[in-house]
Design a protein around this ligand. Sequence first.
Ligand code: ADP
Length: 738
Amino acid sequence: MSLAGKLAQERRARLAAERLLDMKQAELSAANRKLGLHAMALTKRIGETQAEVETVRDENEKVKSDLTLANAKIEVAERRLWHSIQTIQDGFAFFDDQSRLIGANAAYLSVFDGVEDVAPGITYSRILEILTSEGLVDIGSDSAADWQARMLTRWAQPHPEPVVIKLWNGHYFKLIDQRGNGGDVVSLGLNITASVRHEAELKAARERAEAANRAKSAFLANMSHEIRTPMNGIVGMTELMSETPLDEEQRLYLNTIRNSGEALLVIINDVLDYSKIEADKLILHPEQFDFERCILEVAMLLQPSVRDKGLSLLVDYDLFLPTLFVGDPGRVRQVLTNLVGNAVKFTSEGHVLIRVTGVPNPDANICDIHVAIEDTGIGIEADKIRHIFGEFNQVEDERNRQFEGTGLGLAITKRLIALMGGSVWVESEFGQGSCFGFRITLPTVEGPQPTPPDLADCPRHVVVVEDLAVNRAILSKQLGRLGSQVTVCASGGEALAVVDDSVDLLLCDHDLPDMDGLELATTLKDRGWADLPVVVMSANPGVIHANPARHLIEGVLQKPIPRAELYSRLMALGRTPQEQDTIAVRAGEQHQEPDKTGKNQRLMRVLAAEDNRTNQLILEKMVKDLNIELRFAGNGIEAVQEHRDFDPDLIFMDISMPNMDGKQATAEIRRREIGTKRHVPIVALTAHAMVGDDQGILSAGLDHYLTKPLQKMKIHQMILDNQPEEALSVIAEDAEPD
Ligand code: ADP
């Protein structure tokens, strides 16, 4: 090969080698670049990871320092808590679920006074043993074992009741134990020594106060009783004296003495009643009574003051309410007298309305009775109303000062109603009037109640003439319920305008604004309504009876009108005169006729056991007109003797007498009567306040009782009611019974 060839060959080879080298170098630098990029990425990731590690490390540090801080805080809190627990005066301890002591404060441990066993780990039962064996606790009359057993039983309860223990040094601790969810128990021992002592002092003070109050009540009761005896003498004597010839002036003086005496007795009775209620000595004497009649009696009693003041006293007794109940009529009357008496006292114009409604429960034979007493009087200010049922509380203002009173009436009323199981309330509008109400539940008398009249007998169309709206409403309700058509008029003029042929009866008030009832009747007759029956209502019927025009009217009804009276008057209108006579005779049958057989030989024998000479004298004078043989016994022993020697037909028995009181004497007489088939009627003569002194009066064998001051009429009635058939009539031939 030529050199040139060889050179060319070499050059080609060199060029090829150089190309290969370039290529390899390019590959190498690409690989290098790739490696560089990798290295860079790696470095970046390493940097990031390092930063993360840094952060985590920082956080770890923070948590660590927080934990240390928290631990420190817990330690401080625990120290403070424990310090507090240590410093409190009351004992504090924790027990685990095995009843082992975990810890206790100094107060708790101090009770054990250095007994070393009492330390964490000791069981509750062992603590109880130490308390008794070391004499640390006063277990009274219990044995140590019993006391421990009782305390352990209590401890085992899920929620142990607090218990009070007394320590040897006279300190009292109240143990309050609280069981947690895990069974741990937190035990607190409160030192209640001061409050126990305070309570004991209070109790002693209360007992002293109660004893003083009882002594005061007993003193009051005694005093009023002592005052009553001479007062009864005074009032009784005035009654007798009023029957002797007296001139005008003497009669006036005598009436004043009697009225003052009676007023004083009312006050004394209030005080006495109150002290008896206070001393829990007042009891009720239930018997059958007519509630409506009771109300009407009270209304009648108050009628004189009602009339003097020009008021109207109205009774609205629910037509369908029974009237016969079992209760203490004396006390019911007392409540009514207080409330209605107040209403009249504090009202100077307008009316007083007694409204009685009720809900009978025939299944249980009882009836809920609501009585409301409304007046149009001075009313009571709102801020005073709460106090008036309190003792001796009277509204103090110039309008009230003119009224007398003890301030005890409502307090007594409230207590009496409470004793009957009822409640009393009041609503009032100052200057407008008041409404006092009470509710009692009374058993109804089994058997028939007085029934409303037969509807067929009632007038079909009645014109009621009455200027007082309340009374118009009451009458139209009462008549409406009987099925009558009622037309109401407020004046005589109005009545004259409405009367027509359909009217069967005109019922009119006597005191109408334009004319009186008799003038209205006269005008009606003049206008040709001669056949229309007119019945006039008046609180003072005497005035009508004295008027010559009286014959023009059918009859007079005294206000407040008893329902029975209204009904019988309405029914009588539909009857013939003969039928009416029969009714009158039947009514008369209730009165016992004196024995007039003429066969009787001896006088009725009446024994009066009464130690007080004045009362003996009064009684003697009161019965002097009666045909009886009267004998006195000065005390219970004498009464028993006279019962044997005198063989009385009736005994009046004073209750409080020396040596043997009336109840003992009666019991002895009843004992002697056993097997003799005899039962002499014995009538207790009691001071008002002794009624209900205890069950003794009637249960001692007494049949009736009369209250002092003695009333001639009641004494006579009692003798009349009990005169024996074989004795001469007690009414002397020439004498009129009272
Ligand atoms: P008092 O013997 O004074 O009547 P009460 O206990 O019966 O005693 O009544 C207490 C007071 O209540 C009365 O003094 C009077 O201020 C007031 N009060 C009672 N009833 C009425 C009434 N119907 N209207 C106005 N005030 C009355």
